[in-house]
Every structure is written in structure tokens, then in C-alpha cells.
Design a binder for this molecule. Structure first.
Ligand code: URA
Length: 254
């Protein structure tokens, strides 16, 4: 049974009737409509951050580029290094770096794709509409934003919310790996296609990756894939699957 608070949180996510096992959504067979939605490849446009803005003019190249360090003395030096990074084109076109936010000793590390417009303006990940939905999703399993650490595959906003390019994600990888090493999370929640593909080195559809249990390659850290909140905002019917993911995540964190 869900508590009143959880019911309230679920209502906030946009689902009023979610409940353990008795829900018709929950009881859908694996081959039912919800799974069909999950199996579809996630359209690129739906996976991107939802803020749209006019085409932006990019900084002209050539630009100064220093390589990303391979090791960091401390958490502070890691964050400083992100702020000072100019290793790829993204650094020259964003308003500011968005290293991450939350508890550096969190059990749960959430990895998204890259900052959107709001995040770029505020210097914090997941603060736009999709971030608000992410907060409500966490609240539905009694987790607050302050209890987790939230970051992205790339720490600078890709212009016009395009997908990060492979070399950009690769340049930023050392930062993410250092964050993972320092936080040593119990579980990683990978939200959306770009995050899952980069973390798992896979190009399978998200709907498939969601159905499997993963470990972060090269580690023993369990990794759960779920839909990006921006995708859920545009595809509310996929929230039933996201709710299953959240319940599983809750169990994994116990
Ligand atoms: N989408 C992401 O993947 N990350 C953010 O920080 C915001 C939107």
C-alpha cells in the first residue's frame, strides 16, 4: 500500500491511481501496451531537454583547448577542474559549467544527458521542467534531491539541446569517472538514451535496456536505466514503466 504522502507524490507526477499490485497499470502483462511503448526506440527529439530556444550562434574556432586531467587530488580540485575546462567546443558555447549537485556520499547517483537551457543559466542539473518531474519521481519513493547526487554525461550545455557528440562525451568522461569513484554510489540511475548509451557502451533502445539489470562496465555498481523525465513529460503513458523502475530502484537501495 502506498502512504498518503506517496499517493500525493504520484499525483504530482501525473499518475493518480498508482498503487502496489492492485493497480491496473501495474498488473499489465509484460506484453501489454505499456511494454510496447517501452520497446519502441526513444525518439531523439523526445529525449532532448524540453526547453527550446532559437538557433544559437557558436563561438568561432580555433579555440584554446587543454586536455582534461586524468586524476584529481580532491573533490574540490575535481569541481574546479570542471569549471576551468575548455577541452571541447561545448565549453566555449555554454554560459557556465554544470558539474553536479547533491550529497557527495550519496547511495544513489543519477546521471542525465547534459544541461539544458535552465541548467545552463543556473549552474545546476535538472532544474527545468524535467528536473521538477525528476524531483517528484524521487519523492514518490521517499527520496529527496538532497539525498542523491545528480550529474550529467557532459557538464556543458550542448547548443540547441542537441545530443552531445561522442568526442564531447569522451572528453567529459574523466570527470564523470572521478565523480563515480569519489561518491562510490550503491546504485546508479541512468536517465535516458544518451546517458544509458554512454554509461553502458550500448546502442540498444532504451526500452530494451530498461528491461535488463546492468552493472557499470568495469565495476560492480548496479546500474538501472529508466526513461528521461523529458520523455515522460511528452509520453505520460510511459510513466507506468518509470514507476516500476522507481520501485525496483527503491528495493536496490535498501
Ligand atoms: N536534461 C538532462 O539530461 N540533464 C539536465 O541536467 C537537464 C535536462
Amino acid at each position: 500500500m502506498l502512504t498518503d504522502r506517496q499517493q500525493h507524490c504520484l499525483k504530482g507526477i501525473g499518475i493518480q491511481s498508482w498503487s502496489e499490485r492492485t493497480s491496473t497499470l501495474d498488473d499489465r502483462p509484460a506484453t501489454g501496451p505499456a511494454v510496447e511503448i517501452a520497446s519502441e526506440p526513444v525518439p531523439q527529439a523526445l529525449e532532448n531537454a524540453i526547453d527550446s530556444s532559437p538557433q544559437e550562434v557558436l563561438a568561432e574556432n580555433p579555440v584554446t583547448r587543454a586536455p582534461v586531467p586524468t586524476s584529481f587530488d580532491s573533490w574540490d580540485s575535481l569541481i574546479d577542474s570542471i569549471h576551468g575546462c575548455n577541452a571541447c567546443e561545448l565549453a566555449h558555447n555554454c554560459t557556465q559549467k554544470v558539474p553536479g549537485v547533491g550529497d557527495q556520499q550519496a547511495d544513489l547517483l543519477i546521471v542525465g544527458e547534459g544541461p539544458g537551457h535552465e541548467e545552463d543559466m543556473r549552474g545546476e542539473p535538472f532544474v527545468g521542467r524535467s528536473g521538477q518531474l525528476l524531483d517528484r519521481m524521487l519523492a514518490a519513493i521517499d527520496i529527496s534531491r538532497e539525498q542523491v547526487y545528480i550529474t550529467n554525461i557532459v557538464k556543458c550545455r550542448p547548443p540547441n539541446n542537441r545530443d552531445p557528440k561522442q568526442d564531447e562525451a569522451q572528453q567529459c568522461r574523466a570527470y564523470l569517472e572521478a565523480q563515480i569513484e569519489q561518491i562510490a554510489p550503491k546504485v546508479i540511475l541512468s536517465v535516458g538514451r544518451v546517458s544509458a548509451h554512454n554509461l553502458l557502451g550500448s546502442n540498444q533502445p532504451v526500452g530494451k535496456l530498461i528491461q535488463q539489470m546492468h552493472k557499470l562496465p568495469g565495476t560492480e555498481i548496479p546500474l538501472k536505466v529508466t526513461y528521461h523525465p523529458a520523455y515522460l513529460l511528452r509520453n505520460p503513458s510511459a510513466k507506468a514503466i518509470a514507476w516500476k523502475d522507481l520501485k525496483l530502484l527503491h528495493q536496490m537501495l535498501r
